[in-house]
Write a protein that binds this ligand. Structure first.
Ligand code: ATP
Length: 235
């Protein structure tokens, strides 16, 4: 079996004295899309924060493509191919779409390549390239956040609640693109409230509850667990 792109083993983390991650085990096979689901407060966003180096774990291990990375800083993780699209839209509102993208070229990728990649996935961003990012619709801002993440040519993409505050049609459109990104071989770990949408593009799913992963499986199996047990039908 090949080395997974991400392996989390018995991970614990706390806010002050309150333990929020209580022994998380999770694997993302190379090239796979894994949907991380679960009720509010389960610890999904916290898990992404720890994996992406924004918060320290209290114990446990994280391996990225076989490299021990627990405690690594975000810039080291970025060099190893980890890119995060955090919850909420992380665009610079007073810069244009194109300027937001061009900022990524400072990371060493030529500006023309950054723009080509972004506009090929999101033609709508090309149409609006001179518009201030803060005046884009919520869905367009999320497209821009995703486009920026792609320009770093990630091996593993962490997506936190892409659908937050967006209309279902826009969410479907975004996920269609996420599916296309996955087809290019990028591994993706996606946290999502819209379980059904995320499960449509996922190869595997993991359900978190109470700071642990309590179920893993293929989307069909997990879909029924989500509906029957964990969310009481909210999936
Ligand atoms: P949601 O789907 O609602 O975003 P989640 O599964 O992502 O939930 P987290 O945001 O990881 O859950 O939160 C897990 C627990 O940690 C919750 O009880 C939350 O109140 C708590 N928590 C989150 N952030 C902080 C913080 N900065 N300080 C203290 N407690 C926090």
């Amino acid at each position: 079996m090949s080395i997974p792109i991400l392996e989390v083993v018995d991970l614990h983390a706390a806010y002050g004295r309150i333990e929020v991650l209580r022994g998380v085990d999770l694997r993302v096979p190379r090239g796979a899309v894994v949907a991380l689901l679960g009720p509010n407060g389960a610890g999904k966003s916290t898990l992404l924060k720890v994996i992406s180096g924004q918060m320290e774990q209290t114990s446990g291990d994280i391996h990225l493509a076989g490299v021990h990375v627990a405690g690594a800083k975000p810039d080291e993780l970025a060099r190893l191919g980890l890119t995060t699209v955090p919850e909420g839209r992380s665009v610079f509102p007073n810069l244009s779409v194109e300027e937001n993208l061009q900022l990524m070229s400072y990371a060493g990728v030529p500006a023309s390549q950054v723009l080509d990649t972004a506009y090929s996935y999101f033609p709508r961003l090309h149409e609006r390239r001179y518009q201030l990012a803060g005046t884009l619709s919520g869905g367009e801002q999320q497209m821009l956040a995703l486009a920026r993440a792609l320009t770093s040519d990630p091996a593993l993409l962490l997506l936190d609640e892409l659908s937050m505050g967006l209309a279902p049609l826009i969410v479907d459109e975004l996920y269609e693109t996420v599916g296309q990104i996955a087809q290019t071989g990028v591994s993706i770990l996606v946290v999502e409230q819209f379980a059904r949408t995320a499960l449509r593009i996922a190869d595997y799913a993991a359900v978190m509850s109470g700071g642990r992963v309590v179920a893993t499986g293929e989307p069909d199996e997990i879909g029924s667990i989500m509906a029957d047990v964990i969310l009481g039908g909210v999936a």
